[in-house]
Write a new protein. Structure first.
Length: 154
């Protein structure tokens, strides 16, 4: 199957590009932030997100393949909201320099990710399992974001 993979891959790719445009880890603002000792090294983020985006696209395609047309519409909307939240975090954190607001947005992203997993689990356990690393990473990102918001003043 996977007739939806080209569409989910395109949506995820667009998310990665737009999110990347809003991310600047070399800005003076970001470089000067206090960060926890347990933050992964910068080089780890590219491979981590590449893997996560591939899993999101595969999960979305599998889920859409197994759903009825009525269910697809709701899932596609939920996936679109999730990807918009994913992109929005980068812009709030790095471009707007608002870690507190980005944290609130990240909580919405985690809730959205868990909702996608729930919807996927209803039709395909493998699709739901593919989202587990994404949910875990978003949770970890939340802890990192919260630490940065708490330990820096603007």
């Amino acid at each position: 199957m996977n007739r939806y993979l080209p569409r989910t891959a395109a949506a995820v790719f667009a998310t990665a590009v737009v999110g990347g445009l809003g991310t600047n880890v070399r800005s003076a603002w970001y470089v000067e932030l206090a960060k926890p000792s347990w933050q992964p090294p910068g080089w780890a983020f590219g491979p981590a997100w590449t893997t996560l985006y591939a899993l999101i696209a595969a999960s979305g395609a599998r889920t859409l393949d197994w759903m009825s047309p009525e269910e697809r519409r709701g899932y596609a909307t939920a996936l679109g909201v999730n990807l918009a939240l994913n992109t929005g975090w980068s812009w709030l954190f790095f471009t707007a320099r608002r870690p507190g607001l980005a944290m609130v947005e990240l909580l919405a992203l985690e809730a959205s990710t868990l909702d996608l997993a729930r919807r996927s689990a209803a039709v395909d356990g493998t699709a739901a399992a593919l989202l587990a690393p994404y949910a875990g990473w978003v949770g970890f990102a939340g802890a990192l974001n919260a630490w940065i918001a708490r330990h820096n003043r603007w």
